[in-house]
Write a protein that binds this ligand. Structure first.
Ligand code: UT7
Length: 327
């Protein structure tokens, strides 16, 4: 038996922030952003919108695609580090809004690797418990914690959510292999200093701009290029495959240079690599599921295709999954 994807959905906020828009906010220019990251625009939540709104909409679409009701769900996992509140879990807000009252619900904080972590956890629940249907969401409202005076971070991220409904399969389709990892020594290479129990919100913490994302871009870049290939190698070895067997590679959409360097190392032609970083930027935990759902919408997933997804993020965390697509 395998855990397989029964339905997919995604949601991107309506408001689009282009590089030209950013030129008016911070000392940057379109050419620099495109050349260094490949990003041209990103979607941004409105002031009165939050993470759960995107998670709920993506979830509704995934349930509809799976032809299931909210009452069929046994568990909801939301991969996010920018949930509506520190507590309760955004997964509980999603549960209430969907009316999925048979489902347990929790958030999983693995940053940009959030969806891969959540997918892997969901797979284990499906195979080792009575659970039949699990909703896995990757949703991130990064714009809410971006410092729009810091040009080294604010140009890179966007908001978005993607969702998958997982169920059991007796066929060939489903998750074939996965791997997860972390290196907490790099915790402060990408973090938000305040707002938790270490530095609770005070007028001073706000004045010192500690409630914004901070990143050591160079360190993350090195970590990313290294782990993209090491995770991929591990997945390929675990599955007994070669890179030529992979039909679609869906890397975390952080920077086109990281994606191209991984593809080159794997000798993977770019037409087998899914890229939307130019249109959505880095949506953290939303990145992989939005890309997967867009690939599905564009008709790029065919029966029996082997799909490899690899991500890295705050933590520092990393992980990947290879799955065989069903109908
Ligand atoms: O999901 C994980 C999230 N994070 C990542 O994936 C980030 C990984 N890192 C990266 O993608 C890259 O390191 C960046 C895109 C963040 C930066 O690219 P880079 O080629 O490493 O540039 P850099 O940091 O070495 O900066 C080069 C120059 C600096 O100026 P000086 O010191 O050479 O005069 C920066 O101040 O570019 C400057 N700069 C900018 N210029 C215009 C930094 N940000 C900007 C900007 N616009 N937005």
């Amino acid at each position: 038996m395998k855990a397989t994807i029964l339905g997919l959905g995604y949601y991107l906020p309506g408001k689009v922030l282009t590089n030209k828009d950013l030129e008016r906010i911070v000392d940057t220019d379109d050419a620099w952003i495109v050349e260094r990251s490949g990003i041209r625009e990103r979607h941004i939540l409105a002031e009165d919108e939050s993470c759960s709104l995107m998670a709920i909409e993506a979830a509704r679409r995934a349930l509809q695609d799976a032809n299931l009701d909210a009452a069929d769900l046994d568990l909801i996992i939301v991969g996010t580090v920018t949930g509506d509140m520190l507590f309760p879990a955004t997964a509980c807000l999603v549960q209430a809004e969907l009316g999925a009252f048979n489902a347990a619900a929790f958030d999983l904080g693995a940053g940009c690797t959030g969806f891969i972590y959540a997918l892997t956890v969901a797979e284990k629940f499906l195979l080792a418990s009575e659970m039949r249907h699990i909703l896995v969401v990757g949703a991130e409202a990064v714009s809410k914690v971006l410092d729009y005076t810091d040009r080294s971070t604010c140009v890179l991220f966007g908001d978005g959510a993607g969702a998958a409904v997982l169920g059991r399969s007796d066929g060939d389709d489903g998750i074939i292999t996965s791997c997860l990892g972390a290196d907490g020594r790099g915790a402060k290479d990408l973090y938000m200093p305040a707002g938790g129990s270490a530095i609770p919100a005070t007028p001073e913490s706000v004045a010192q701009r500690l409630h914004y994302l901070r990143m050591n871009g160079t360190e993350i870049f090195k970590f990313a290029t290294k782990t993209m290939t090491s995770v991929s190698d591990r997945l390929i070895n675990q599955a007994g495959l070669t890179y030529r067997d992979i039909d679609l590679f869906i890397p975390h959409q952080a920077n086109i240079r990281i994606i191209k360097s991984a593809a080159k190392r794997m000798k993977m032609p770019m037409d087998k690599v899914f890229v939307n970083v130019d249109r959505v930027g880095n949506t953290s935990a939303g990145s992989i599921p939005v890309a997967l759902a867009e690939a599905y919408e564009q008709g790029r997933l065919h029966k029996d295709d082997l799909i490899m997804m690899v991500a890295f993020g705050t933590g520092l965390t990393y992980g990947g999954v290879i799955l065989r697509w069903g109908e």
